[in-house]
Design a binder for this molecule. Structure first.
Ligand code: AMP
Length: 524
C-alpha cells in the first residue's frame, strides 16, 4: 500500500479540518492538502515524466509546503530523498548525486547554494522552489485521479545517515517499513487525535517528519513554526494557543525547552506529548523535565535503519513512580516496540543474558531494505535477518534496555571497558554541570584515558577536584576522568547530537601539537 493513501483518505474524511499552519496562520485544509499533493504527483509523473520508484530530492528548510511535496511524490509512486537543510550545499549535492534524483525541491533560502552545483549532474535535473510562480503553476495541473500504485516493498524514503564517519549512506525505507513504523507509533508511542497539533521544531527530513503520519491519519493539525525550527518562546506561545501540542525533540532540545519553562515560570499545560530520542537522555535531565513539565514525555530509540522503532519508554512507565526500578527505567530506552524483536548479542551474534552488555540487534518489518547501491554495507549491517545497530546495551529482567554507548565510543583503559554514558550520568548529578561529554584519549600506558568536557551551568566556575570527589563517591576509581576540560559549548551535529569524533580529534591534535589550549578553556 502506498503511504499517500493515508492523506488521500484524510483529504476526504477530514476534508474541512485545518491541516497545515505557518505559526498561527492557516495554510490549507486536509482537502486542499490532498488536492495539492495530487497536483504535485501529476506534475512529476505527467509533466516531468518521472516513473514509478524514481527519486525526488527535497532540500528544503521546514516550510509549510514540505508535506505537500512529500505526499506529492508519494501520490506519484515516487521515492523521496529528504535532505537536512543544515547540510552544506556540497553535502546535499553528494546525496542528490548518489540517490540519482533528477527532481529537486529546494526552498528559497537554499536554492542559490545548490543550483550552481547541479550543472554537472549526469541527468538533467529540474529544480522547483515553493513560493515561485513556477511552483504555483503546479497547483493548476490536473490532479492525479488516483494515487499511483506502490508495492509494500517499493522504496518510499531514502534516508541519508548523518555520516559522522565517512560519506552518508542512503537507507532504503519501503512503504511497508513506514507502515510498520506508523503502527508502532500508535501502539508504543502515543494516540494522537484530531484536536492535536504536531509542531515541526526539528528537521522534517529526520525523525520529526516521521511524526506526520499518525497525525495525518487522525486529521490533526501540522504546524511549521515561523522560526522554521526550535525556538522555546515560540513553542511556548504555540502551546498556549493550540493546547494539545506534540513534537519530536532531540534530548538537547528538551533540555533547552525545560530550562526556558523553568526560568520563565511558564505554564507547560499546552503541551501534550514530547517525543524524544535520537541521542542519550540523561537521568538528571529527564528528572528535571518531569519536575518542570509533568508527565508529557515518551522516549523512542531508533535509527534511520529502523526508523523510530527499536524500543520505547511509554507514558505509563513515566507515571509508574512507585516501581522499585523507576529510576533505572527512566535512564533506560524502554522496551522493544511491538512489531520488532530486539536482542543484545555477543561478538558472534549470540544472545546474551540479562545484565550483560553487548551489541543491540533488531529484526522486524521496520528494518530497512538495505543501503542504496551499497551491497557491502548492507551485508555488514544486516546479518541473518538482524540489523546490527552498532549500539551497546543491556537488558534487565523486565525487558528494559539500557544503552551504554556506541561501540566506537567505548573507552578501553588498562584493559577495562568504560562506557562514557555512565560517567556522564554521574557528572550531571552536580548542580553546576550543565552539559558533559566523556571521551577517551590515547595513553601510552593505559591504552586510553578518560577525559570529560564540561559546560558549566550559567558559566559558573567549577573545579575539577569537586567533580573528582563526586565520581569517587559514585563510580569505580578507574572510570574517573583523568582530566577535565571546561568549555563554553559542546560541538553538535545538525540534529543536536554531541560530536564525540570532534572532541577526540581536538584531543588528538593537542597531543600532536603538545598544547593544551586548542579548545577555549573558560574555567579551571
Ligand atoms: P540516526 O540514524 O541519525 O537517527 O541515529 C541513530 C542513533 O542515535 C542510534 O543508533 C543511537 O546511537 C542514537 N539514539 C537514537 N535514539 C536514542 C535514544 N533514545 N537514546 C540514546 N541514543 C539514541
Amino acid at each position: 500500500m502506498n503511504v499517500a493513501l493515508l492523506l488521500a483518505r484524510s483529504g476526504k474524511v477530514f476534508a474541512e479540518r485545518p491541516a497545515v499552519y505557518l505559526g498561527e496562520e492557516l495554510i490549507c485544509t486536509y482537502a486542499e492538502l490532498a488536492h495539492r499533493a495530487a497536483c504535485v504527483g501529476a506534475y512529476l509523473r505527467e509533466h516531468v515524466g518521472l516513473q514509478r520508484g524514481d527519486r525526488v530530492a527535497i532540500f528544503m528548510s521546514n516550510i509549510p509546503e514540505y508535506l505537500e511535496v512529500l505526499y506529492g511524490a508519494w501520490f506519484g509512486g515516487l521515492c523521496v530523498v529528504p535532505i537536512n537543510a543544515k547540510l552544506h550545499p556540497k553535502e546535499a549535492e553528494y546525496i542528490i548525486r548518489n540517490s540519482g534524483a533528477s527532481v529537486i525541491f529546494s526552498s528559497g533560502d537554499l536554492v542559490d547554494g545548490i543550483v550552481p552545483l547541479l550543472t554537472e549532474l549526469p541527468n538533467t535535473c529540474v529544480v522547483l522552489t515553493p513560493g515561485t510562480v513556477a511552483f504555483a503553476a503546479i497547483h493548476r495541473h490536473a490532479p492525479l485521479a488516483e494515487v499511483a500504485p506502490a508495492a509494500h516493498d517499493d522504496l518510499a524514503w531514502l534516508f541519508y545517515t548523518s555520516g559522522t564517519t565517512g560519506r552518508p549512506k542512503g537507507v532504503m525505507l519501503t512503504h511497508g517499513n513506514l507502515q510498520a513504523m506508523i503502527s508502532c507509533m500508535f501502539t508504543d508511542v502515543d494516540q494522537p487525535s484530531a484536536e492535536d497539533s504536531v509542531v515541526y521544531a526539528a528537521p522534517i527530513s529526520h525523525g520529526a517528519g516521521m511524526l506526520n503520519f499518525p497525525h495525518v491519519i487522525v486529521g490533526a493539525s501540522h504546524i511549521v513554526p515561523i522560526s522554521g525550527g526550535f525556538d522555546p518562546a515560540e513553542l511556548m506561545s504555540l502551546s498556549m494557543t493550540r493546547r494539545h501540542l506534540s513534537m519530536f525533540a532531540a534530548p538537547t532540545m528538551v533540555k533547552r525547552l525545560v530550562d526556558y519553562i523553568e526560568n520563565s515560570h511558564a505554564d507547560p499545560s499546552g503541551f501534550k506529548t514530547i517525543l524524544y530520542g535520537g541521542g542519550p537522555m540523561y537521568l538528571e535531565d529527564i528528572r528535571q523535565a518531569l519536575r518542570v513539565m509533568g508527565n508529557r514525555f515518551v522516549q523512542i530509540y531508533g535509527q534511520g535503519e529502523s526508523p523510530m522503532t527499536i524500543t520505547a519508554l511509554g507514558r505509563y512507565h513515566f507515571t509508574n513512580v512507585s516501581h522499585a526500578n523507576y529510576e533505572q527505567r527512566l535512564a533506560s530506552v524502554g522496551v522493544a516496540q511491538n512489531l520488532v524483536e530486539v536482542r543484545v548479542t555477543d561478538n558472534d551474534g549470540m544472545p546474551l543474558t540479562n545484565g550483560m552488555t553487548g551489541e543491540v540487534v533488531v529484526r522486524g518489518p521496520t528494518v530497512m531494505k538495505g543501503y542504496w547501491n551499497n551491497a557491502e554495507a548492507t551485508a555488514s549491517a544486516i546479518r541473518d535477518g538482524w540489523l546490527y545497530t552498532g549500539d551497546m546495551g543491556s537488558y534487565d529482567a523486565d525487558g528494559f534496555l539500557t544503552l551504554k554507548d556506541r561501540s566506537k565510543d567505548m573507552i578501553i583503559s588498562g584493559g577495562s571497558n568504560i562506557y562514557p554514558r555512565e560517567v556522564e550520568e554521574v557528572l550531571l548529578m552536580h548542580p553546576g554541570v550543565h552539559e558533559v561529554s566523556v571521551v577517551g584519549r590515547k595513553h601510552a600506558e593505559w591504552g586510553e584515558e578518560v577525559i570529560a568536557f564540561v559546560v558549566t551551568r550559567d558559566g559558573l566556575a567549577l573545579n575539577a577536584a569537586e567533580l573528582d570527589t563526586l565520581c569517587l563517591k559514585n563510580i569505580a576509581r578507574f572510570k574517573r576522568p583523568k582530566d577535565y576540560r571546561f568549555v563554553q559549548e559542546l560541538p553538535k551535529s545538525n540534529y543536536g547530537k554531541v560530536l564525540k569524533t570532534e572532541l577526540r580529534a581536538w584531543l588528538k591534535s593537542e597531543l600532536t601539537q603538545s598544547t593544551t589550549h586548542v579548545i577555549e578553556t573558560t574555567h579551571q
